[in-house]
Design a protein around this ligand. Sequence first.
Ligand code: MG
Length: 375
Amino acid sequence: MKLDEKITGLKLWHLSLPVLSRRDHGIGTVEGACEVVVLSLTSESGHVGWGEASPWSVFTGSPEASFAALDRYIRPLVLGRSIGDRAAIMSDASRAVAHATEAKTALDSALLDLQGKALGAPVWALLGGRVRDRIPLSVSIADPDFDTDRRLLDRLVGDGVGIVKLKAGFKDHAFDLMRLEVLAKDYPSLRVRVDFNQGLSIDEAPARVADIAAFKPDFIEQPVRYHQYAMMARLRDKIDVPLLADESVFGPEDMVRAVREGICDGVSIKIMKAGSLTRAQDVARTAAANGLSAYGGDMFEAGLAHLAGAHMIAATPEITLGCEFYQASYFLKEDILETPFPVENGQVVVPSGPGLGINPDIDRLDHYSVTKVAA
Ligand SMILES: [Mg+2]
């Protein structure tokens, strides 16, 4: 049986990918380059499965930790295993190294890509089947120089993008209000979401969030620190637009607690937080079962991670608020995929070929590599 094929090779690239602009979030800044770790698994018949870990040190963890988790702790439990034993390998990985959710997601993506290529099936088929083949794209507005973002906004409107997420709370309140006023006046076709990325203090959050809510964005995301559940619940009660949790909810276990403590109306689901594509689906199902909405968030990713996220959302009916897989198209100077990550008229187009549907360009992996390990 094809799924009995053994995994015989594991390669890693730690990449530093130059970016087009600066991105400020409530918890930190990305400027110059972002760093991701790419994993390949090779089977005995020569199929290659790909995965990407896209950490951010201030949010989920560091690229060095992702690389070490895969190279030192996960490698020994992958080589020699059958490509069909994904659940067993992921269960072993969950015990081999704590946290390191981005590394585990890269492993899950590579195993699914391998299985899909061996079976001739897209990853979405292995995750339950397709519920959608297009996902509305949201692009983040996060440059401290709003004139730069205005040029991006003009480009987005021209490209048919219909949703933007305003990153807020990294400068003063007046800057956030000014940008919301410009969006309402000059870009009325755009749906607007606001994300503080934990940027507000407990003292300032109630008044600032109430002011933002007056603009009636689709939702307001994570105003305060991830552990401040009581303040999240208080803010949720205070405003009449949905409050989303992002940094407060990594995996299904956090989602259960978030529901129990009433901290949000919806959740930003990210494969890099969840620790696998399946666990991301579990977060969505728990949210939906409790009447909460779900959004497909991401980290500072390259196209390979976007692909994994797109397949997951394609197979997850509970994620209804679109996705933010914009970095490959609008943030990186050059993405790593052989053909561009597919976006048409403001929608991510879910690939239908075997596995993830598009491979990375190995020359580009080597070119942007800071560290590389093969075996
Ligand atoms: Mg967020």
